[in-house]
Write a new protein. Structure first.
Length: 660
């Protein structure tokens, strides 16, 4: 027994924690260690994010009025070249880094560049000073050529480090601008990772639409071309977004013969907005949003400004022509079947993350609404027939929406009355009867459920707490599923039935939101719930009713400023971009139950400030089958398949720090 105790008390190598355990990552090493913090991952999307960063730098020169031409060339060996005829990156010695040129500082130092103070660029897509340095860090080779003051310079880099000195190549009397040549590192992105010619071709083409007049030349190695990707092409669209929309519409009939297009500068040189909007007779809707030529697929505040301008404008026009029903028009009525593009240029925009998928600058909503509203009022009133045609179409959509809502309300009341005494006792239901706009939050634990009940909007938000980890339905029999109390309560609360008995009309809530702790256990519970919906209610998922809440893991405060971070990567980003070296007080939420109701409401539950992830299912049969295979492999009864997946995927998983 004494031997047992003596051996267990000896420290193992992993128990050692002293000054030598503290790592200090220098230069661009943090980017190579955690590329996901900077480009969102290491998948195909992240790979093409490198190309977008370099092209965006060239576009910034064009938008600033210093470049008129950009060349994008895809070469063999997964090598991409981007050239502009702008001012060229400065090459003189940097005052803070003796012996280093400004070019080398930009390429090898995070948060360096000419876009912070707005002196070199009034608006730009590169805001954090990490774009081209991250490209350098994640490439096996990066070569920069700068033609400046009629002299050509060149310097080479690899994996974040300079591999040559800045050299003077010679005179370049007829050349100006910057050329960036790089090859993504297969150690980061995988040996088989390759640029998609089709994706790059579309990216280059879209940039030409976003800034009217700029010429973008495309070249592609003949071995990489396809029917959709030519070897060479030149893009130049004087009409900007209007040209793009007309091409997108083709010969399709629309509610109005002329689309709603325009451009407007913001007051006090704060930027500008350009838009192109049409209402085709037959469309599944297509909305594209950009900020400083950066695509923002998740929309954001500029989208909110456009929605407000168009909705308020059509309501006002309805009042003008005596259409009393116009007061009931919502943004969803206006945007149902719409095809639009909105591009804004603003100073110092704020995005949700470094990948810039969503714009969060509050002033963008105000600027866009004011800019678009006046033009839209004139668009409607200058041609009354056109205005009436659009109003009539939107009112039809509104009436159809109200009709469906009334039908669902009757069905829901009937279903609720029949089950009123049978609803789960722990369900705190919302007060409204209609399913439209109603939300059910599935919350982990009674403690979090208590906070959620106080934080909710009583009229539209219902709370259903669940105890711990629900049954894994992928590995359970139907008899075990039917007898599980947590699943029975969830099914009863939703009211829509399962499998072949599923009825969307009987669904009691428009949105079902899984809200679990921002930790490993919470992710596991969310996975089990998603598995339940995938197997037992796939149509509910396919029709867009299932969402994941994104509660924060950290609260960051400095002085009067308080922000919330979803994870470690988001925390690092906020500390670097929002607090900029200030002392930050960081507190970690161990669970939703630790958040007070006001914090939970602000960060996770309020539609005005929260961020949700919509869970969707593939539409094609082959893709649906692939999804089933993945669920079966990861959640099914055969543990050997899970073990095989872990073995095959372990090498691709970054090491994660664990709080003990």
């Amino acid at each position: 027994m004494s031997d047992l105790f003596s051996s267990s008390s000896k420290p193992t190598p992993s128990d050692s924690y002293d000054a030598s355990s503290i790592e200090v990552l220098e230069g661009l090493e943090p980017v190579r260690r955690r590329p996901g913090m900077y480009i969102g991952g290491t998948d195909a999307r992240a790979l093409h994010h490198l190309a977008a960063e370099v092209i965006d730098n060239a576009m910034d020169e064009a938008v600033a009025g210093h470049a008129s031409r950009i060349e994008v060339t895809l070469e063999p060996g997964n090598r991409l070249t981007v050239t502009d005829n702008g001012r060229g990156i400065p090459v003189e010695e940097h005052p803070r880094f003796p012996g280093k040129s400004a070019l080398e500082v930009i390429m090898t130092t995070l948060h360096s560049g000419g876009k912070f103070e707005g002196k070199a660029y009034s608006t730009s897509g590169g805001l954090h000073g990490v774009g081209v340095s991250v490209v350098n860090a994640l490439s096996t080779e990066t070569i920069i050529e700068v033609a400046r003051d009629k002299v050509l310079y060149r310097q080479a880099f690899a994996r974040g480090l300079a591999t040559s000195k800045l050299e003077t190549v010679g005179a370049a009397p007829n050349r100006r601008g910057t050329t960036v040549i790089f090859t993504p590192d297969p150690e980061i992105f995988g040996a088989d990772a390759r640029f998609s010619p089709d994706r790059l071709y579309k990216l280059a083409r879209s940039k030409a639409y976003l800034f009217a007049g700029v010429e973008i030349r495309w070249r592609c190695d003949p071995g990489l071309t396809s029917p959709d990707v030519p070897e060479t092409a030149t893009f130049q669209f004087p009409g900007g977004l209007a040209d793009h929309l007309r091409e997108q519409l083709g010969e399709r009939p629309a509610v109005t013969a002329e689309p709603f297009t325009g451009r407007q500068d913001f007051p006090d040189n704060q930027g500008s907005a350009e838009w192109a909007v049409a209402w085709p007779l037959y469309s599944d809707s297509s909305e594209s949003y950009y900020c400083n030529t950066i695509p923002t697929p998740d929309g954001g505040t500029h989208e909110a400004g456009l929605r407000a301008a168009l909705t308020k404008g059509i309501r006002a026009f309805g009042e003008l022509v005596g259409q009393k029903k116009s007061k009931d028009i919502t943004a969803d009525d206006v945007f149902n079947g719409i095809e639009l593009m909105l591009s804004v240029f603003i100073r110092n925009p704020h995005f949700q993350s470094q990948t810039k998928d969503r714009l969060t600058s509050l002033e963008a909503a105000r600027f866009v609404e004011a800019a678009v509203r006046d033009h839209f009022d004139h668009y409607l009133a200058d041609n009354m027939d056109r205005g009436r045609a659009l109003l009539g179409s939107i009112v039809e959509r509104m009436e159809e929406r109200l009709k469906r809502r009334a039908e669902r309300e009757v069905q829901r009341k009937t279903a609720t009355s029949a089950r009123k005494l049978r609803l789960p006792g722990k369900l705190t239901d919302c007060s409204q009867d209609a399913a439209e706009g109603a939300e059910l939050f599935i919350v982990e634990g009674d403690s979090a459920g208590g906070s959620a009940k106080q934080a909710r909007e009583r009229k539209t938000q219902a709370i259903l707490p669940i105890r711990g980890k629900i049954l894994n339905v992928a590995s359970a029999t139907q008899e075990k599923i039917r007898s599980n109390s947590e699943i029975a309560d969830l099914t009863l609360a939703l009211g829509c039935g399962i499998r072949d008995k599923f009825s969307e009309d009987a669904l009691r809530y428009e949105r079902i939101i899984i809200m679990t702790d921002a930790d490993v256990d919470g992710a596991h519970i969310a996975t089990l719930l998603m598995t339940f919906f995938f197997q037992e209610m796939p149509e509910l998922v396919r029709r867009g009713h299932l969402f994941l809440a994104q509660p924060p893991l950290y609260r960051l405060s400095s002085g009067a400023k308080t922000l919330y971070a979803r994870d470690d990567a988001h925390r690092a980003e906020l500390e670097a971009s929002e607090f900029k070296g200030k002392k930050v007080d960081v507190s970690r939420f161990k669970g939703l139950g630790e958040m007070n109701p006001s914090q939970l409401k602000e960060t996770t539950m309020s539609p005005a400030s929260r961020s949700l992830i919509k869970i969707t299912l593939p539409g094609e049969y082959e893709d649906r089958q692939a999804a089933r295979d993945i669920v079966e492999r990861l959640m099914g009864r055969d543990p050997a398949k899970r073990f095989e997946f872990i073995q095959n995927s372990a090498a691709a998983v970054d090491e994660q720090s664990i709080d003990v």
